[in-house]
Design a protein around this ligand. Structure first.
Ligand code: CO
Length: 135
Protein backbone atom coordinates (compact mmCIF):
# COMPACT_ATOMS: atom_id res chain seq x y z
CA UNK A 1 0.00 0.00 0.00
CA UNK A 2 1.24 3.48 -0.90
CA UNK A 3 2.59 5.54 1.99
CA UNK A 4 2.88 9.24 2.82
CA UNK A 5 6.56 10.11 3.29
CA UNK A 6 6.37 13.71 4.49
CA UNK A 7 4.71 17.10 4.09
CA UNK A 8 6.53 18.23 0.92
CA UNK A 9 5.30 21.83 0.90
CA UNK A 10 2.69 24.34 1.99
CA UNK A 11 1.61 26.60 -0.89
CA UNK A 12 0.55 30.20 -0.37
CA UNK A 13 -1.17 31.98 -3.26
CA UNK A 14 0.14 35.49 -3.78
CA UNK A 15 -0.82 38.34 -6.08
CA UNK A 16 2.50 40.16 -5.93
CA UNK A 17 5.87 38.46 -5.53
CA UNK A 18 7.77 41.46 -4.17
CA UNK A 19 5.32 42.31 -1.42
CA UNK A 20 5.14 38.62 -0.43
CA UNK A 21 8.95 38.48 -0.25
CA UNK A 22 8.88 41.53 2.04
CA UNK A 23 7.34 39.28 4.65
CA UNK A 24 8.50 35.72 3.93
CA UNK A 25 12.11 36.56 3.04
CA UNK A 26 12.98 39.96 4.49
CA UNK A 27 10.96 39.94 7.73
CA UNK A 28 10.60 36.22 8.55
CA UNK A 29 14.04 35.34 7.23
CA UNK A 30 13.34 32.38 4.94
CA UNK A 31 15.73 31.91 2.01
CA UNK A 32 14.65 31.63 -1.60
CA UNK A 33 16.11 28.42 -3.04
CA UNK A 34 14.89 29.09 -6.58
CA UNK A 35 12.01 30.49 -8.61
CA UNK A 36 10.44 28.24 -11.23
CA UNK A 37 8.02 28.90 -14.06
CA UNK A 38 5.47 26.04 -14.19
CA UNK A 39 3.58 26.52 -17.47
CA UNK A 40 1.40 23.43 -16.96
CA UNK A 41 -0.01 25.03 -13.78
CA UNK A 42 0.05 28.58 -15.25
CA UNK A 43 2.09 29.71 -12.30
CA UNK A 44 5.44 30.94 -11.09
CA UNK A 45 6.66 29.35 -7.87
CA UNK A 46 9.08 30.71 -5.25
CA UNK A 47 10.62 27.77 -3.34
CA UNK A 48 11.59 28.51 0.28
CA UNK A 49 12.97 25.52 2.21
CA UNK A 50 11.94 25.16 5.87
CA UNK A 51 13.74 22.18 7.42
CA UNK A 52 12.50 19.00 5.75
CA UNK A 53 9.64 20.81 4.02
CA UNK A 54 9.10 24.02 2.04
CA UNK A 55 6.89 27.05 1.76
CA UNK A 56 6.01 27.70 -1.87
CA UNK A 57 4.71 31.10 -2.91
CA UNK A 58 2.57 30.50 -6.01
CA UNK A 59 1.81 33.37 -8.32
CA UNK A 60 -0.58 33.05 -11.30
CA UNK A 61 0.96 33.79 -14.72
CA UNK A 62 -2.37 33.74 -16.55
CA UNK A 63 -5.84 35.10 -15.80
CA UNK A 64 -7.69 31.88 -16.63
CA UNK A 65 -6.71 29.47 -13.89
CA UNK A 66 -8.19 28.38 -10.60
CA UNK A 67 -5.19 29.96 -8.90
CA UNK A 68 -5.83 33.31 -10.63
CA UNK A 69 -9.50 33.24 -9.55
CA UNK A 70 -8.43 32.37 -5.98
CA UNK A 71 -6.08 35.36 -5.84
CA UNK A 72 -8.68 37.69 -7.40
CA UNK A 73 -11.49 36.56 -5.10
CA UNK A 74 -9.61 36.12 -1.82
CA UNK A 75 -6.55 38.29 -2.35
CA UNK A 76 -4.35 35.21 -1.82
CA UNK A 77 -3.88 32.96 1.20
CA UNK A 78 -3.29 29.31 2.04
CA UNK A 79 -3.74 27.50 -1.29
CA UNK A 80 -2.80 23.85 -0.75
CA UNK A 81 -0.82 21.30 1.25
CA UNK A 82 1.35 18.80 -0.61
CA UNK A 83 2.17 15.34 0.70
CA UNK A 84 4.98 13.30 -0.80
CA UNK A 85 4.06 9.65 -1.40
CA UNK A 86 6.18 6.66 -2.38
CA UNK A 87 3.80 5.51 -5.15
CA UNK A 88 1.37 8.10 -6.47
CA UNK A 89 -0.39 5.81 -8.98
CA UNK A 90 -1.17 3.29 -6.27
CA UNK A 91 -2.30 6.08 -3.91
CA UNK A 92 -4.67 7.48 -6.58
CA UNK A 93 -6.17 4.02 -7.13
CA UNK A 94 -6.73 3.63 -3.38
CA UNK A 95 -8.34 7.07 -3.05
CA UNK A 96 -10.65 6.49 -6.03
CA UNK A 97 -11.66 3.09 -4.61
CA UNK A 98 -12.63 4.88 -1.40
CA UNK A 99 -14.79 7.36 -3.31
CA UNK A 100 -12.53 10.38 -2.77
CA UNK A 101 -13.24 13.15 -5.27
CA UNK A 102 -10.18 13.95 -7.37
CA UNK A 103 -9.27 16.98 -9.47
CA UNK A 104 -6.70 14.87 -11.35
CA UNK A 105 -7.80 11.28 -11.98
CA UNK A 106 -4.29 10.47 -13.18
CA UNK A 107 -0.91 11.81 -12.07
CA UNK A 108 0.68 14.49 -14.27
CA UNK A 109 4.38 14.24 -15.03
CA UNK A 110 6.57 17.29 -14.45
CA UNK A 111 10.37 17.44 -14.44
CA UNK A 112 11.53 15.42 -11.42
CA UNK A 113 8.07 14.62 -10.07
CA UNK A 114 4.58 13.28 -10.65
CA UNK A 115 1.64 15.15 -9.10
CA UNK A 116 -2.13 15.12 -8.66
CA UNK A 117 -4.67 17.26 -6.80
CA UNK A 118 -7.46 15.98 -4.53
CA UNK A 119 -10.70 18.00 -4.48
CA UNK A 120 -11.28 20.08 -1.29
CA UNK A 121 -14.84 18.69 -1.11
CA UNK A 122 -13.29 15.40 0.02
CA UNK A 123 -10.64 16.76 2.39
CA UNK A 124 -12.45 19.07 4.80
CA UNK A 125 -12.06 22.12 2.60
CA UNK A 126 -8.31 22.15 1.92
CA UNK A 127 -6.87 21.58 -1.54
CA UNK A 128 -4.41 18.66 -1.18
CA UNK A 129 -1.65 17.85 -3.64
CA UNK A 130 0.23 14.56 -3.89
CA UNK A 131 3.81 14.31 -5.15
CA UNK A 132 6.05 11.46 -6.06
CA UNK A 133 9.66 12.46 -6.57
CA UNK A 134 11.12 10.82 -9.70
CA UNK A 135 14.87 10.32 -9.63
CO1 CO B 1 2.17 22.46 -4.79
Amino acid sequence: MAKIIKLNHVAIAIGDVNSALNFWQDALGLSVDHIEDVPSQKSEVVFMPVGETEVELVHPTSEDSGLARFVTEKGGGLHHLCFEVDDIDEMLDTLKEKGIRMIDEHAKELPGRKMAFIHPKSTGGVLVELYQIIK
